[in-house]
Design a protein around this ligand. Structure first.
Ligand SMILES: [Zn+2]
Length: 348
């Protein structure tokens, strides 16, 4: 909103659907949920009514449990009609995990961005029994806690193939500005970056709905991380650019259907918060970096709370993203220790 009277964030449907069940969140749009075995314990999926079939948005991770829930959904809220198309917003396993299964088992078309498809297929094929030397070097560079590092070096790392079904060749590409017809609506594709490269969001032309993926979440801030794949990346710059660009399209009329947590209205306010969260974190971090510090030493100013076991990995890659952003923008310098850990320090 340009007049400064943006509406507060609201949640018109505070009761999420049961596994295998669905809530009709808008005309012709079913909201469903699939469980995740992580701290964030669910992903939202949406089924768009095509009359004689369905278009799904997101698919959940590949597991026996999620396949069984889909089976229940086919017989239940999907009323026995086939899934002919799956739209995937980005390459993370909770979104693309079963896309290959829908393609192979049910002949569904996979629709996603080129980067999402390439990343997912590359990582799905890259199975490792132990962390690669590049990953270990990256963890050292981030200053990973010695005990955590020693433990991780001796065990099988998280592999995409563990939670992503094989992706056969063949997908349909969507890109910025494309029009997609689905579920009786026409949607415009807008690309976001930062949480995942080339993430698709879909904005209905009538202005009533936005499929937000993990780019537009309400109560949690999407993870912005740097990984060994691209260890000098600056995804935070891309996140900030995306928020500023997408904010121009936000209105108080839109109901946002996000990848996690509850559907919400009040997108203009939320876009501002998504930006301000990081601007505030960067200011606190800069204060903290009066003395040379590793990324792992920056949790307190960044997250303002203690980081526990299951959160450690995500916190570390996010801390690196913030340090690297300050470095890319010339606000900190860095030196490397004998152990290969970057120490970051304010330049002024
Ligand atoms: Zn994601």
């Amino acid at each position: 909103m340009k007049d400064g009277t943006a509406a507060p964030i609201a949640y018109p449907a505070p009761e999420p659907p049961e596994p295998g069940g669905a809530v009709e969140i808008a005309d012709g749009v079913l909201w469903m949920r699939l469980p995740l075995p992580f701290a964030l314990d669910h992903v939202n999926v949406y089924a768009l009514d095509e009359g004689d079939s369905w278009t799904l948005v997101e698919t959940g991770i590949a597991s026996r449990k999620t396949r069984a829930i889909w089976q229940a959904a086919f017989d239940g809220p999907l009323r026995g009609r086939p899934v002919r198309r799956v739209i995937v917003t980005h390459h993370h396993p909770d979104h693309i995990g079963l896309a290959g299964w829908f393609r192979t088992e049910y002949g569904a078309e996979i629709v996603t961005t080129r980067t999402a498809w390439l990343f997912a297929r590359m990582l799905q094929l890259d199975e490792q029994d132990r962390p690669s030397p590049e990953t270990v070097a990256y963890w050292r560079a981030a200053g990973m806690d010695r005990d955590v590092l020693a433990q991780r070096m001796g065990e099988r790392p998280f592999n995409f193939a563990d939670t992503v079904a094989p992706l056969p060749l063949g997908f349909t590409r969507i890109r910025e500005g494309d029009a997609v017809a689905a579920g009786g609506r026409r949607w415009t594709v807008r690309i976001g970056n930062g949480h995942a490269p080339e993430q698709a969001t879909l904005w209905s032309d009538g202005g009533d709905l936005v499929l937000g993926g993990d780019q537009l979440l309400a109560t949690i801030s999407p993870n912005i991380g740097v990984y060994a794949t691209e260890p000098e990346a600056d995804p935070l710059a891309e996140w900030i650019e995306s928020c500023e660009r997408l904010a121009h399209h936000a209105t108080d009329r839109q109901l946002v259907l996000p990848g996690h947590k509850l559907p919400f209205t009040g997108l203009p306010v939320r876009m501002r918060q998504l930006l301000d969260n990081h601007v505030g974190a960067l200011d606190r971090l800069l204060d903290h970096l009066a003395e040379p510090t590793s990324a792992a030493g920056c949790f307190q100013p960044l997250f303002l709370r203690e980081i526990r076991g299951g959160e450690y990995g995500l916190a570390l890659v996010e801390a690196m993203a913030h340090c690297l952003h300050l470095w890319h923008t010339g606000r900190v310098q860095r030196t490397i220790t004998g152990e290969g850990t970057w120490l970051w320090q304010r330049t002024t």
